[in-house]
Design a binder for this molecule. Structure first.
Ligand code: ACO
Length: 399
């Protein structure tokens, strides 16, 4: 059933529903969530099965085209993505224009937006061939842009993509490889990063996806719409939470505060402190992605030195929270971001890259949702209404 929130009020001809708690603006056949039971499915397939058996490339195909690919379709799709990884040399110049310590999220959104200046035919969102090309270009180039934003921030040379590698392998090499040395991939890390991308690939009408749809509803092209999605993901209440979780854990570690003490701060809402990585607009149960990620965190951390203390703090916070009335009453459980930061850190990514990793994972979902919207005969430009609370008419002062 559909719960009615207390804030929902009929006001004349409009419904006041801040945060769209109860308003469905779209019909979608892509992702199913049952937040009370903690169920997530892409195109009908349970996330647990996809996490175990599928790959990020396959899941991207599934989300965008609606069905799992045959072996031939998968190979063709993968080959296309490998062949579009190069960035125009002029676009690479773009990275020199930002300050060295720039956050990679605005660098990513700017570069994605700028793609339409190199591929000007993409400006027509109704040309299916161009939409297909933009789809492949985004899937290929976003990881490369992300890796270059990282390389620039640490003052290292940009490597050329190696098309003998798949998307995830290439991304790791572009982030961590050095021009002078061959890069040795760690197959376990590749597998776990691939898994994390699968788990982030879509989540129906979340803030960034709704943004992609809203921008696209004005017939803006796919690059412009996805660039807006990257910006929406940047905020700490959404994709930025993975970075915020790690900051929180490190602060607890540095100050030597006990999880109990930190919980008191959260419950008393001291300085607006929240338990980052907890709570979700839709899940009022354990986020099924967090369950899978927690296991991955344990296996990655077993291999890395030093990170396990943060994992331990996280696990103790979780244990305390799950047994605490404040969290029980509000149905606050760990969300997808609670453990991801710890894994990314163990892989060697700096904190500023965490939300970028989320963006790479979410990309196929944004593309699939944009394409579904553009093909929807019931599509309308997104244009919410408001309840005006300002002054009634008044006269401009006479001198
Ligand atoms: N820690 C402490 N209290 C919390 C938390 C939290 N993480 N999340 C919600 N609450 C409390 C609120 O204070 C509120 O309590 P109140 O009624 O006493 O004021 C109640 O739970 C309901 O919270 P809302 O903010 O109204 O819930 P909403 O659905 O609007 O927010 C959100 C969801 C933004 C995810 C929120 O839980 C939050 O801020 N979490 C921390 C940030 C985070 O982890 N974000 C990632 C979300 S998942 C994602 O984007 C992948």
């Amino acid at each position: 059933g559909f719960a009615i929130a207390p804030l929902l009020k009929e006001t004349g001809n409009v419904t006041y529903d801040p945060g769209y708690m109860n308003t469905a603006g779209v019909k979608s056949a892509i992702t199913y969530i049952d937040g009370d039971q903690g169920i997530l499915r892409y195109r009908g397939y349970p996330i647990e099965q996809l996490a175990e058996k599928s790959s990020f490339i396959e899941v991207s195909y599934l989300l965008i085209y609606g069905e799992l690919p045959t072996a031939t379709q998968l190979e063709e799709f993968d080959t296309k993505i490998r062949r579009h990884t190069l960035l125009h040399e002029e676009l690479k110049g773009f990275f020199d224009g930002f300050p060295r310590d720039a956050h990679p999220m605005p660098v990513l959104s700017s570069a994605v937006s700028a793609l339409s200046t190199w591929y000007q035919d993409s400006l027509n969102p109704f040309d299916p061939e161009q939409v297909e090309l933009s789809t492949i270009r985004l899937l290929s180039k976003v990881p490369v842009i992300a890796a270059y934003a990282h390389k620039k921030s640490i003052g290292q040379a940009l490597l050329y993509p190696d098309n003998s590698m798949n998307l995830v392998e290439n991304f790791m090499r572009l982030c961590f490889g050095l021009a002078a040395e061959p890069y040795e991939l760690d197959p376990e890390m590749v597998k776990i990063l691939d898994l994390l991308f699968v788990l982030h690939a879509d989540h129906e009408q979340n803030c960034s996806t709704s943004t992609v749809r809203l921008v696209g509803s004005s017939d803006a092209n796919l690059f412009a719409s996805v660039s807006a999605g990257v910006n929406a993901l940047f905020g700490p209440a959404h994709g930025g939470a993975n970075e915020a979780v790690l900051k929180m854990l490190r602060q607890i570690q540095a100050e030597g505060i006990s999880p109990e003490k930190y919980m008191e701060k959260v419950k008393n809402k001291e300085d607006g402190v929240r338990l980052m990585g907890f709570g979700h607009r839709v899940y009022k149960n354990y986020d099924p992605r967090a369950k899978i990620i927690k296991k991955a965190a344990e296996s990655v951390l077993a291999k890395s030195a030093g990170g396990d203390e943060l994992l331990e703090i996280a696990m103790r916070l979780e244990e305390k929270a799950l047994a605490d009335d404040y969290f029980i009453q509000r149905k606050l459980y760990p969300n997808v971001d609670f453990y991801t930061g710890i894994i990314y850190k163990a892989m060697g990514f700096p904190e500023k890259m965490f939300t970028v990793l989320f963006a790479i994972g979410r990309l196929p979902g944004w593309i699939a949702q944009w394409r579904e919207m553009m093909e929807d005969p019931e599509r309308k430009i997104g244009r919410p209404r408001q309840i005006y609370t300002g002054s009634s008419q008044r006269e401009y002062p006479q001198s």
